[in-house]
Design a protein around this ligand. Structure first.
Ligand SMILES: C[S@@+](CC[C@H](N)C(=O)[O-])C[C@H]1O[C@@H](n2cnc3c(N)ncnc32)[C@H](O)[C@@H]1O
Length: 397
């Protein structure tokens, strides 16, 4: 088993949730829940003896296993961003999106630019039919070429993990031909949720966080915020048959609706909600429309929707939503608001530990960055809400 995200999840299962919502003088802004797939690790802690010991125990790594501390080299990337624009600038994304449209049906050669605007050639395999015998639930589906976002930490990582990745791994955006997350057919029976739904709704509406969120939205910034035309959600999860994930996923979509309803009262205009998560199967798409009036958008269309009148909702996504949202809308002053995992530091971890001979653990999927931190810090006032027990964490196995 790779050390991977499972390790980082594990620690947070025992951690109290700390969530916060931030608001700027002019607009709503980040953020809430801590991630399970990523955790706040104060600079230096990742290589501290206590943390190394914790990881050893967590993954049953023999005491004699050597460790190697890898540093991140942030400066060149941050300097390049100062000179050539943010990692996920709109210009860079638009260029990649044009390539994506050429590649998505048949694959082929492409060229991507790195942070210094140097060009790199690479090749995307054509999508192919998935053999049903191997991947039952994906029978009848084709692989899909996806845009891949290499965030600040990935670009600055000195560990030679890049050798396993494509030539363009050092570029902020690349492409991978992947098996779709979702299944072609319904992946759950909506009927099986019917008994639990009223309970989840009551839980959410009675939860102190709900009241705090609504009264905060209604009183703290109200007229001072930018007009919100749309709410775009990323990675809120599908309603799989998993007792832990289901209420969490259901409640997170309810939370997006709560924001919509509060903004509708504030603005006299009801923002539409869109949601991107490649895991939504047809049953999930129907449920989202029926129960929440949420429209599903395919990856990568959700990214393109972001602008300064968008409120972003994203909790523990597997993709760098916060860095993307702030960089992509930087010229317009950032998204109108964002509700996400807590932004408590600038994302510049000093190092991480490798257990030599063991697979490397993944980097955080949605880490902060100095730009994200600035967005939260400079322009916002933070409010802390604690103990989001109504949103149980996904059990990481
Ligand atoms: C760790 S789960 C979190 C689910 C849920 N928010 C929760 O807290 O339980 C990460 C989610 O990110 C989704 N995801 C992966 N790639 C994505 C993409 N390109 N756009 C949006 N969501 C994505 C996954 O399908 C998954 O549902």
């Amino acid at each position: 088993m790779p050390l991977a995200s499972s390790g980082l999840c594990g620690t947070l299962l025992t951690t109290r949730h700390v969530s916060s919502i931030l608001v700027s003088k002019h607009r709503i802004a980040p953020s809430t829940f801590r991630q399970h797939s990523s955790m706040y690790i104060p600079p230096g802690l990742m290589s501290s003896p206590v943390y190394i010991e914790f990881l050893r125990k967590r993954f049953n790594i023999p005491p004699e296993t050597k460790t190697h501390i890898w540093k991140f080299d942030y400066d060149p990337i941050l300097q390049a961003a100062d000179t050539h624009g943010p990692i996920f600038s709109k210009a860079r994304f638009d260029e990649a999106y044009a390539q994506y449209n050429k590649l998505k049906d048949h694959g082929g050669n492409y060229t991507m630019t790195d942070m210094w605007n140097k060009q790199h050639d690479d090749h995307a395999q054509p999508p192919f039919d998935i053999p049903g015998l191997l991947f039952g639930q994906h029978q009848g589906m084709r692989t899909k070429i996806n845009m891949v976002f290499n965030h600040l930490q990935f670009l600055a990582d000195q560990y030679p993990r890049h050798r396993y990745k494509s030539l363009t791994a050092k570029c902020p955006i690349g492409f991978l031909n992947e098996i779709p997350h979702k299944s072609a057919a319904d992946c759950f029976d909506a009927e099986t949720l019917n008994n639990a739904k009223p309970y989840w709704k009551t839980q959410w509406h009675q939860h102190p966080y709900h009241e705090a969120l609504v009264s905060f939205l209604m009183s703290s910034y109200g007229e001072k915020t930018a007009q919100v035309d749309q709410i775009v959600c990323f990675g809120l999860g599908n309603f799989e048959d998993n007792v832990d994930a289901r209420p969490r996923c259901y409640t997170q979509h309810l939370l997006a609706c709560t924001i919509r309803d509060a903004l509708a009262k504030l603005q006299w205009h009801k923002p539409a909600i869109y949601a991107q998560d490649p895991a939504y199967c047809p049953a999930g798409v129907r449920l989202l429309k029926q129960d929440f009036d949420i429209e599903v958008v395919d990856d990568p269309e959700g990214w393109r929707m972001l602008n300064s009148n968008t409120f972003v909702v994203s909790i523990s996504p597997m993709v760098p939503v916060r860095q993307f949202a702030v960089d992509y809308t930087a010229e317009a002053g950032g998204p109108a608001g964002m509700l996400c995992n807590g932004i408590v530091y600038d994302g510049l971890n000093e190092s991480w530990v490798e257990f030599v001979g063991h697979p490397p653990h993944d980097l955080e999927a949605d880490p902060a960055s100095p730009a994200v931190f600035e967005y939260a810090k400079e322009r916002c006032v933070e409010r802390n809400f604690r103990s989001m027990t109504v949103l149980p964490r996904v059990q990481c196995t």
